[in-house]
Design a binder for this molecule. Structure first.
Ligand code: ACO
Length: 427
């Protein structure tokens, strides 16, 4: 294979280097394109654009492969915990026992938030969406730790380890607080004896007069959920984090922007949309066939199906589908929405509309059902995704921050508006 791509424009020929990734992915290095030719590329939605070189996560969408730092997601799901996977994603290697303990301890000691933040929760009107609160609070955290949020790259990197542990820890406390604020419930302090995921459930559901003791299966299932969401290369929210980071902005500001990117129903908000869709189908007494017909006619969208990168099963959907069944079976419960989801999946996978467009279940198809089984309220689903995604956003911020001569993200456009015109004297 040639190591150059040849491009002919207006009768002139130009050569561009080919870059090959460690898994054989090929790209044309077009960095000099405009300077050489005066042309830019047009790639709506960036479907053909590599915005960076990254060492963190690998996806092969055609084969349904996802790896964090080289490790297959199936193996991590089986043998790792969310906190170990977070360490792996951020630092590149799984922690040894001592590193894991230090990391856990750093996270543990950051679990509470400054009580001055309580007043900020009071400032939000009733029924404020927890994603809005989460984004605002994650950004505000930087105000309490200005030495970690200086927008001086060297200084922010010097405090990176502390800031990373702090964010992983406090996002969970803030998430639980936003839920309790919305419900008019008192905030619950974290417990020093509980591990990461159990502590979150405690802060969500304990009462001053009644301690919530989550069972092992529930904690394990939620930990798996978080691990499966921990990173997913250059999706909408992670690209947002990198975009903000590329201006030199600190970790807190960059992650807060990522939370906003995640919120929309085409991205992290899809886990809410899926469950609402299943509830609607259930309420209408549809076996799913009417909904599938509507989706094919463009009148509805089968939420939790389709993906920009996966043109095969999203491996996370497979793991989550099994986890929902396991959790419900352990609880001795049934969820009619799970039966509808399975029927929808079966019909879609044997229907030409979905087969031809390579639309398969994505991570959100079963994740909401898992959260529902665990007892997480619907309005918190996307917040749960955000808690899981924090390590990925942190790792991507760091990758931007440590890249020498990192360029600011600044795409171009093709202007289609009115050409120059003169202002008339309307007086
Ligand atoms: N239901 C019905 N039709 C669909 C669906 C769907 N879920 N997804 C895509 N299609 C169709 C489109 O209508 C289009 O059909 P056409 O070629 O006849 O016009 C074709 O498949 C290609 O779809 P695009 O929207 O162009 O694909 P894109 O890569 O831009 O979008 C996306 C990917 C946004 C995920 C899309 O599949 C979707 O909206 N899915 C539902 C929302 C969802 O589940 N989002 C979560 C994604 S995972 C995550 O972000 C964590």
């Amino acid at each position: 294979m040639s190591d150059k791509a040849t491009l002919t424009i207006e009768g002139k020929t130009y050569e561009y280097p080919i870059i090959v990734g460690s898994e054989g992915e090929k790209a044309i290095d077009a960095r000099n394109l405009r300077a050489d030719t005066g042309y830019i590329t047009y790639d709506e939605g960036f479907a053909n654009t590599g915005s960076c070189l990254s060492n963190i996560t690998f996806i092969d969408g055609e084969k349904g492969i996802l790896r964090y730092r080289g490790y297959p997601i199936e193996q991590l799901a089986k043998h790792s915990s969310f906190i170990s996977a977070a360490y792996l994603i951020i630092y590149g290697e799984l922690p040894n026992a001592q590193q894991r303990e230090i990391f856990r301890e750093n996270i543990r000691k950051q679990a509470s938030v400054n009580t001055a933040m309580n007043a900020m929760f009071d400032g939000f009107p009733a029924r404020s969406h927890p994603m809005a609160i989460l984004s605002a609070m994650m950004n505000s955290l930087g105000c309490y730790y200005p030495h970690m949020a200086s927008n001086n790259r060297e200084q922010d990197l010097e405090h990176f380890d502390e800031a990373a542990a702090l964010m992983i820890s406090k996002v969970r406390t803030i998430a639980a607080m936003s839920y309790r604020a919305e419900k008019g419930l008192p905030f619950v302090w974290p417990r020093v004896d509980l591990r990461y995921t159990a502590n979150f459930l405690h802060m969500m559901f304990s009462e001053p007069y009644n301690t919530y003791e989550p069972d092992e299966d529930t904690v394990e299932a939620l930990d798996l959920f978080l691990l499966l969401h921990a990173d997913h290369e250059q999706n909408c929210s992670t690209s947002t984090v990198r975009m903000v980071a590329s201006s030199g902005a600190n970790l807190f500001a960059s992650v807060a922007a990522g939370v906003c990117g995640l919120w929309g129903p085409l991205h992290g908000g899809a886990n809410v949309a899926v469950v609402k869709m299943l509830m609607e189908i259930h309420k209408n007494g549809d076996d799913g066939s009417t909904f599938i017909r509507n989706a094919k006619e463009g009148k509805a969208r089968l939420m939790g199906f389709g993906h920009r990168v996966y043109k095969n099963f999203d491996p996370r959907a497979k793991i989550l589908g099994k986890a929902v069944e396991r959790v419900l079976a352990n609880m001795g419960r049934k969820d009619p929405l799970l039966d509808i989801a399975k029927r929808l999946e079966e019909s879609a996978l044997s229907d030409n509309y979905f087969v031809d467009r390579k639309l398969y279940p994505n991570v959100d198809f079963y994740s909401g059902l898992l959260l529902r089984a665990i007892g997480i309220p619907l309005e918190m689903f996307t917040v749960m995704f955000a808690i899981g995604r924090i390590p990925g956003w942190i790792a991507n911020w760091r990758e931007v921050a440590i890249t020498p001569k990192q360029k600011i993200y600044r795409p171009r456009q093709i202007f289609m508006g009115p050409p120059r015109r003169e202002l008339e004297d309307i007086a």
